[in-house]
Design a protein around this ligand. Structure first.
Ligand code: 4NP
Length: 164
């Protein structure tokens, strides 16, 4: 089972979602069963670690992003991953543009479709804003990765009870 999170730069939102989801998968004892990664639709930051403001916010709240490195989404990802969660509607457009035949559309979903408080269904890009934007994104990604793990557990019959 492979799960991919996608944003624009792969230095703020999607690495955070990757880090949080990875940590929850391991805590649930599913580390050997679920592979987690993230990618950006844009290529500007390839090879770079996450934005230091995102890394600092995540570290303060208990999630380590320091080992992650940005990569660009490639067409092959849509074959390789079972579920692709994108952060906003531009990411959805750009991701589906790699799938001209429409074969993979059902595996590509807006991340916040699973948010219990979905707002406008998009994760705001914190890159050009102030520090509070990073905490806001953390709140969204934390509760949404919880909800996605619950949903996948229902679909695939995973027992999450052992994690608590
Ligand atoms: P992300 O944020 O998509 O959450 O990683 C961004 C990072 C960099 C840029 C835009 C958004 N950029 O234009 O460089």
């Amino acid at each position: 089972m492979r799960v991919l999170f996608v944003c624009l730069g792969n230095i703020c939102r999607s690495p955070l979602a990757e880090g949080l989801f990875q940590e929850k998968v391991v805590a649930a004892g599913l580390g050997g069963a679920v592979e987690v990664d993230s990618a950006g639709t844009g290529g500007w930051h390839v090879g770079a670690p996450p934005d230091r403001r995102m890394t600092a916010t995540a570290a303060r709240r208990g999630t380590d992003l320091s080992q992650l490195k940005a990569r660009q989404l490639v067409r092959h990802d849509l074959d390789d991953y079972d579920h692709v969660f994108v952060m906003d509607k531009a990411n959805l457009h750009d991701t589906l543009a790699l799938d001209p035949d429409g074969d993979h559309g059902t595996r590509v979903r807006l991340f916040r479709e699973f948010d219990p408080e979905p707002g406008d269904y998009q994760v705001p890009d914190p890159y050009y804003g102030g520090p509070e934007g990073f905490d806001h994104v953390f709140d969204i990604a934390d509760r949404t990765t919880d909800a996605i793990l619950q949903r996948l557990a229902e679909v695939y019959g995973w027992d999450l009870a052992s994690s608590s």
